[in-house]
Design a protein around this ligand. Structure first.
Ligand SMILES: [Zn+2]
Ligand SMILES: [Zn+2]
Length: 235
């Protein structure tokens, strides 16, 4: 059995009714962004790596904003960091030849998360083989999201591992399709009076199941009504 400290987040994901590897990704993101926010100002190498990546990807930049600007109520740290990024960008653009390429290293938070999730995918497959309780919980679960199913499929080599994954995922997808059908049926005028059941949030579960559970917490409540909708593409 895998050391239980290494499978803690996977078990949390199962207990919460979400993809266990998405739970791992959430925890890794939180760990990285908090550590980064606490440490970067005293570590030149961290700032350089951030600048060479041209800042975080959009998802991790939003998480940094939530921690720094909304959490710590300061825009100084984030401005310092992006000043270093903008200064490097100016230097690189000044010397950019027209047959060269503007280099951009991968988002360091994505690298941290992806490496951690890959390790946990191995723990996941081992735990399914060696821990009957974990396997039973997984068999009763809603499976994993599609991107993490693909990762687990790649990680598992044995026929029995893949057969278990495929079976759990197929059962979960069948149940989801049933809930979506039921939700659509109840939207029809003649059935609208029926009380909503567990199918009512099936569209939301369908989004998470196909693209993964989000890591970024919902942003602050929207104050301005006009901000509630996404702007039109040509706005
Ligand atoms: Zn996932
Ligand atoms: Zn990222």
């Amino acid at each position: 059995m895998v050391n239980s400290a290494l499978t803690r987040w996977l078990k949390q994901g199962l207990a919460r009714g979400m993809c266990p590897l998405c739970r791992v990704a959430q925890k890794l993101d939180r760990e990285y962004v908090w550590y980064f926010s606490d440490e970067w100002s005293s570590d030149g190498a961290t700032v350089e790596a951030f600048a060479r990546a041209r800042g975080f990807c959009a998802e991790h930049a939003e998480q940094l904003r939530l921690v720094e600007v909304l959490g710590l109520r300061s825009t100084i740290g984030i401005s310092d960091l992006y000043l270093a990024t903008a200064e490097l960008l100016v230097r690189d653009l000044d010397s950019l030849e027209d047959d060269a390429w503007l280099e951009r290293e991968p988002c360091p938070a994505c690298v941290y998360r992806d490496e951690g999730v890959l390790k946990h995918a191995f723990f996941f497959v081992l735990e399914l083989r060696e821990n009957p309780g974990f396997r039973a919980d997984f068999e009763q679960s809603i499976g994993v999201c599609v991107p993490h199913f693909r990762l687990l499929w790649d990680t598992s080599e044995r026929h029995e591992d893949r057969e278990l994954l495929r079976r759990v995922q197929a059962r979960a997808a069948t149940a989801l399709a049933g809930h979506l059908r039921e939700h659509l049926r109840k939207q029809r005028a003649e059935y609208r009076r029926e009380a909503p059941g567990p199918e009512q949030d099936s569209w939301q579960r369908a989004i998470w199941t196909t693209s993964g559970w989000p890591s970024t917490p919902r942003a602050e409540p929207i104050e301005d009504e006009s901000d509630q909708a996404m702007p039109a593409p040509n706005d």
